[in-house]
Structure formats: C-alpha cells, structure tokens
Design a binder for this molecule. Structure first.
Ligand code: CTP
Length: 399
C-alpha cells in the first residue's frame, strides 16, 4: 500500500552485492512501485541491465549521454519524478562523489538534482568502509539527511569477516516504506505495540507459552511506521524478521513485558496490546533441568501474571485484543469496559484462516460506546491499517 504508484529510483553501483539489488527491484515492483533503475558503469560488470529491465518492465539507465534513452536527454527527469532514491549497494566511490557533490554520471547527477529523500545502503571491503575518508563522507551525508542503513557485519567477498555487507533486503524495503510514510496521518505520534506469546520458564530448557506468532503485532508496528509514527515494538520471542525503523524491545516473560510497557508508554500517544500474554506462570522455576527419573508425576503450581493492559493506564489511547472461542462480542465488551479501553479488536480463534498463526484475521472492532464494526477476513496488514484508522480518530478526539 505504501509503495503503490510510488516512483522509486534504484541506484545500483559496482559491488559484488549488486545481484541482491535484483531481488530488491523485484520486491518493489511486486509491491506496486514504479521502479526506475540507474546503474553505474561498474555495476554493469557485476549484473546486466537486462536483468533489471526484465524485472521492472522499464528501461534501465546506464549512461548520461545515450541518445536512445528518454532520460539521458532530459537528464534530471528521474530526479524530479522520484518519490525516493535508494542506492543499494552503494560503494565507497559513489558515497565519496555524493559527499563532494560530484555529478559525473547519471546516478550522482540524479542524486544531486533530486529533492526526494535518499537512502544509501553501503556495501564494500571492510578497510574501505573503516577508512576515515569514507567515515567522514558518511557523516557528511547523514548531516544532510541522507538515510544510511548498514553495512552489516558478516563474511565479505575477501573471505574475511567484518563490517561491509549490504543489509538484508527486508531492511532496505522497511526503510523505504518508513521514508515514504513520513508525513503520514500518524506523523509525530509515538505508538507502543506489543507482540508475540510470552514465555514463562519452568526450568532452564522448558517454558509455558502459547501459539502466538507475533504476526498481528508486527503488522501493526510496520503499518504505524509507514504512517509516520515512531514505533516501539515490545516483542516476545518471534521467528519473524525484525522490522526496520522500529525500536525493538525484546522480552521473554509477562513480567518483563509489563516493565518494558510501563517504561515505553512514558511518551506514548497510543498503546496497542496485540501480545498473547501468559495469564499464569510457574511459582517455582527450577535452576537445573527437571529430570524425568526423579519425578513420576509433576504438578506445577501456577500464579497470576500482571494484567498489563488492566494496569498500565495514562493519557494515551489504549487498544486491546480479545481472543475468544465463544460469545465473541459479549466477552470482548466485558474486557473493553473492565480494562477501560478505547477500542478492542475481538477475534474468534476457532474461525479458519483467522487469528493465531494465520496471515489473515477477521476481527470485530468495539469502542467505548459499544459501537460494533465487523471487518471482513483481511490480511493482517490490512487489519492493522483499519485499527490504526480508528486510532487516528481517537487521537484527534483526545486533542
Ligand atoms: N493482556 C494483558 N496482560 C495479561 C493478559 C492479557 O495485557 N496478563 C492483554 C492482551 O494483550 C489483550 C487483552 O489484554 O490485549 C485481552 O487478552 P485476553 O487474553 O483475550 O484476555 P484476558 O484478560 O487474559 O482474559 P481471558 O484469558 O479470561 O479471556
């Protein structure tokens, strides 16, 4: 949604990571963006323009003075058309040129001429990256509001380990969405989201947990980010990729989530509790592994965990979820009023394709006036946006 009909100018430079830009171009195109690729001459030694042309369905610009190219004649046309410029991978050479304001090829010329935000994802040899010249150049770019992402640590083309790898393409995509979302309807707002199923330890290798995947909470965090919010995501262990441009707070237990949420809401405009918080934990946690031979039957004594949403209150919008297997609306209304929420998203966990672990969700939204809005079965990201539409309304009402 964030990328639909957006013009993304993708600059590709001469790094061994150039092949990864093909996947980035593909993901952007599939998400509905118009992708215009500009390659430096060095980039064409690593990957051919035909690859990008096939993926994007658009001509690829490689030369400044190519009379056959519509962009070469009107050489700043792409600079003007761009909603965002992304250079991935970015070599030390292009970074130096941008820092110095050199415009001797189509990519550097476009960056110098554009008013669109520019994202730079460096990838190079570790010594080149750590060289103070490159570091100074990156500081200069940062001071001029370029978004620099990475590089990541790992195995480099030289075989050595070090800083210099292109960051994950998911991180580049997340940053593009974040940059495009600046100025959205949640701009300037702080949103705290919780996600995943907490784990309550029994011994060093065992815990009590639930089947929550974290998908709904992560979708909410990404959607809020893409609408301009500053997002804190308090997450229980999850296999999902960490969203870019979101402050992650990793926790394991309900008690840790409680502490993290209390701290995070200090400057929050809204708290959305999508986490499946364990209601009970073991009273005793064995320091050593409980051995099978030692016990023929085992009874765990459980105690209540804190009701985070019930206890964390303040001058911010509070949204909860209600996972129900019966009497959906009645039970959700009871939770809404008991926890004094502004909004609750109730979902029937027995429905197919809905709720825990699924990519889609069918929820009923209920507000303080007991007004019920039934949403159809939607991808979790769309459910997230519908919930955020209501949060935007609630925030406007709190002014
Ligand atoms: N929640 C919470 N702290 C808990 C349990 C739940 O903050 N210890 C939050 C959940 O994140 C959710 C809402 O409260 O937003 C409702 O959670 P749910 O598990 O549906 O309800 P419970 O309050 O635990 O009640 P029950 O288990 O009886 O349905």
């Amino acid at each position: 949604m964030t990328l639909t009909n957006k013009t993304v100018v993708l600059g590709v430079t001469g790094s061994i990571a150039a092949y990864k830009a093909a996947y980035l171009a593909s993901q952007l195109t599939q998400a509905g963006a118009d992708v215009e690729v500009i390659m430096t001459e060095a980039a064409t030694k690593f990957i051919t323009p035909i690859t990008f042309r096939s993926i994007t369905g658009r001509p690829v610009v490689t030369e400044m003075f190519d009379l056959a190219s519509e962009y070469s004649v009107e050489h700043v046309a792409l600079a003007e058309a761009a909603d965002v410029v992304v250079i991935a991978p970015a070599t030390a050479n292009i970074i130096a040129k941008l820092a110095a304001g050199i415009a001797d090829d189509m990519l550097s010329c476009t960056v110098l001429a554009t008013k669109a935000p520019v994202i730079v994802a460096p990838a190079m040899n570790v010594n080149m990256y750590e060289n103070p010249i490159t570091q100074d150049n990156l500081v200069k770019l940062q001071a001029r509001d370029f978004a620099i992402i990475g590089p990541a640590y790992g195995r480099l083309a030289s075989g050595k380990m070090g800083l210099g790898r292109l960051v994950d393409i998911d991180e580049v995509l997340g940053t593009i969405c974040q940059v495009l979302g600046k100025g959205g309807d949640l701009a300037g707002k702080w949103i705290v989201v919780t996600a995943g199923g907490t784990q309550e330890p029994v011994d060093p290798v065992r815990c009590l947990t639930n089947c929550s995947s974290g998908k709904m909470g992560y979708a909410l965090a990404e959607a809020a980010r893409d609408r301009g919010a500053q997002v804190v995501l308090v997450s229980a262990p999850s296999a999902l990729p960490r969203p870019a441009g979101v402050d992650m707070v990793d926790i394991r237990t309900a008690q840790e989530m409680y502490q993290a949420v209390k701290k995070a809401v200090a400057k929050a405009d809204a708290l959305i509790m999508a986490a499946a918080v364990a209601d009970y934990r073991s009273v005793k946690v064995s320091e050593s592994k409980i051995k099978r031979q030692q016990v023929s039957s085992l009874t765990l004594e459980l105690e209540r965990t804190p009701d985070i949403l019930g206890e964390v209150k303040g001058n911010f919008v509070r949204v909860g979820f209600a996972a129900e297997s019966e009497n959906l609306v009645a039970n959700a209304k009871e939770k809404l009023h008991k926890k004094q929420l502004d909004l609750i998203a109730a979902n029937d966990i027995t429905a197919a394709d809905s709720g825990i672990g699924a990519d889609t969700n069918q929820v009923v939204l209920i507000d303080r006036e007991d007004k019920v809005e039934e949403l159809p079965l939607l991808p979790k990201r769309e459910v997230a946006d519908r919930i955020l539409d209501r949060v935007v309304e609630l925030l406007a009402g709190k002014k």
